[in-house]
Design a binder for this molecule. Structure first.
Ligand SMILES: Nc1ncnc2c1ncn2[C@@H]1O[C@H](COP(=O)(O)OP(=O)(O)OP(=O)(O)O)[C@@H](O)[C@H]1O
Ligand SMILES: [Mg+2]
Ligand SMILES: [Zn+2]
Length: 542
């Protein structure tokens, strides 16, 4: 932003609202303040909270003007008297602005506030203290301020502004009248930007305006800054494509491709999209955020809530059920969290997205598949392709056919060990004595007999998972544990069924209960082998 920062400052300043009527999207705040001014019921301390760039400092200055305008206290400051003009330029002796971010200490509070607060205003009616980024004050500074707030001298008004209301001590907050500023809606942002562009003679495509408005995430300052940058970079007419290119926004095509690949469990397709994403130099975090915004719109649509604005993923297939989307969104959230603390954003992105393919968010289809299989085997038919939907077929965890190394997990483990050894000899040696226990859902387990081996493996977990994924032909999350690796309860295929709401209550009857001696249904062993899990509960349609 460095080169193009200059015009932004000018533009945002040029269009800083000078009166209540010009402030966008904060009607509750404007109306309440105007009423208080008209009825001379002005409080002695205000707390303005809300996200960045939505008008807190702007509103504080308007309030200061309203209090000190030469016209008298008014809800419509003239903007022309000395007082109004000085306040607009932050040059009034009676309106002191303090940036707490750079003046956190108690000494600053003493100098700027405590020592001067008792003195009469220089020229105007009131002394107004605007403390910006108030959450940055130190505890002693807050304490010093608290005493003044408890017994404020007459004609003194405090306005504290902050983006982090939770960091303001309750003792301070409770002595202020509090106003919550809201993020500005995308439509309002786009409209405002459009009007501003017109005034500035900037020609910009409506789609580009919307893109800018969306990525400003509710901040008007950010929106103006983005408009400014695109104008100064693009030169003539600003197009949607230019804006995408300029800010690394992910195209609709990529978003749709990735979403469709995940929802239809298309491993190969997803890998292809990832390659393209890397080739285009898109940032993992940007991709995930855009994907989340677009999927959220579809999700709300599925729930019957009209999304404010369709974001281009409406053509997703039938796999995009509300349930699947909710799962996907939660995963995206978690991956975005993980991205903050990783030194390998790509790996986090891959584990996050491929992890979605692996998880059983359509457990109902799973149960159907097992049922179908059971029926086939009972009827003496060979276990041909299941009649369940394709997506369910692909979720079946360790499918022998999908493993290039061939055969059951026990056969493919040596290949994994070898692949790891080629990159890290010591890790390979440790893995030789480990035991792999695949699971039909959730992480596969890898058991170690020695604590030391377990620790070594934990440090190389990402590498092991990557190699395992290559050998198995699909992403696998590992849980590394100490022990022998006897089958565990957590391997139960049905363990999470109730939580995921697989089948409507009453549709299935548990026939395992109290019947351990009963013979297992014919073909169950075979089904277990194919699905790779351990069936513990058997249900039949009631
Ligand atoms: N609600 C709004 N209406 C009109 N313009 C706004 C509004 N909010 C922000 N702006 C524009 O953005 C610029 C910065 O706004 P302001 O300094 O008031 O934001 P802020 O809420 O104090 O942000 P921060 O928390 O980052 O300090 C203003 O000069 C103005 O151009
Ligand atoms: Mg501010
Ligand atoms: Zn005035």
């Amino acid at each position: 932003m460095s080169g193009s920062q200059q015009p932004y400052v000018v533009l945002a300043r040029k269009y800083r609202p000078q009166g209540f009527a010009e402030v966008l999207g904060q009607p509750a705040v404007s109306v309440t303040l105007k009423n208080a001014l008209e009825q001379s019921k002005v409080h002695h301390a205000y707390l303005f909270t809300g996200p960045r760039g939505v008008g807190k400092t702007t509103m504080a200055r308007i309030l200061a003007k309203a209090l000190n305008c030469a016209k008298g206290v008014t809800s419509a400051p003239c903007g022309e008297c000395d007082s109004c003009r000085e306040i607009a330029l932050s040059g009034s002796l009676d309106v002191l602005e303090m940036d707490a971010a750079s003046h956190t200490g108690v000494d600053n509070i003493r100098q700027v506030i405590i020592d001067t607060v008792a003195l009469a205003p220089n020229r105007d009616r009131n002394k107004v203290f605007i403390i910006d980024e108030a959450h940055m004050l130190s505890t002693p500074a807050f304490n010093a301020l608290l005493k003044t707030l408890e017994e404020p001298p007459p004609h003194v008004v405090f306005i504290l502004a902050t983006t982090e209301s939770a960091k303001i001590p309750a003792t301070i907050a409770s002595r202020c009248q509090r106003f919550r500023f809201r993020p500005i809606a995308v439509e309002a942002l786009a409209e405002h930007l459009g009007a501003l562009a017109k005034k500035e003679g900037v020609v910009i495509e409506p789609a580009a305006l919307h893109l800018l408005a969306r990525s400003a995430e509710g901040s008007l300052r950010d929106a103006i800054s983005l408009l400014d940058q695109s104008h100064s970079t693009a030169g003539g007419k600003v197009t949607e494509a230019q804006v995408r290119e300029m800010f690394g926004f992910v195209s609709q095509e990529v978003l749709l491709g990735v979403a469709q690949a995940v929802l239809s469990r298309d491993t190969r397709g997803l890998a292809g999209w990832l390659q393209r994403i890397y080739a285009e130099g898109l940032e993992p975090a940007q991709l995930l955020r855009d994907l989340r915004a677009a999927l959220e719109a579809v999700y709300l649509g599925r729930l019957g809530v009209e999304a404010a604005e369709p974001l281009g993923l409406e053509s997703l297939g039938p796999e995009a059920t509300a349930e699947a989307l909710a799962f996907f969104l939660r995963r995206l959230n978690r991956t975005l969290e993980e991205l903050k603390s990783t030194d390998s954003p790509r790996l986090a992105l891959e584990l996050g997205l491929f992890g979605c393919l692996e998880s059983a968010f359509d457990l109902a289809a799973w149960s159907q598949r097992l049922e179908a299989l059971e029926r086939r085997l009972a009827g003496g038919l060979p276990p041909g392709p299941a009649s369940a939907p394709r997506s369910a077929a692909r979720v079946a965890a360790p499918q022998p056919s999908s493993a290039p190394a061939g055969g059951a997990p026990s056969d493919l483990w040596p290949s994994v060990v070898e692949a790891v050894r080629q990159e890290k000899i010591s890790l390979g040696a440790v893995l030789e004595h480990a035991r792999l226990v695949p699971s039909a859902q959730g992480p596969w387990k890898l058991f170690f007999q020695k604590n030391f081996d377990l620790d070594t493996a934990k440090h190389g977990q990402a590498l092991i998972e990557a190699k395992l994924a290559t050998v198995v032909g699909k992403p696998v999350t590992l849980s590394l544990e100490l022990g022998e690796g006897a089958p565990q309860d957590s391997d139960i295929v049905d363990a999470q069924a109730p939580e995921l709401g697989a089948a409507p209550p009453g549709a299935w009857k548990d026939v395992t209960e109290g019947a351990p001696a009963a013979a297992p249904p014919p073909g169950l062993a075979k089904a277990q082998k194919i699905l790779g899990g351990k069936v513990k509960i058997i249900k039949k349609p009631s």
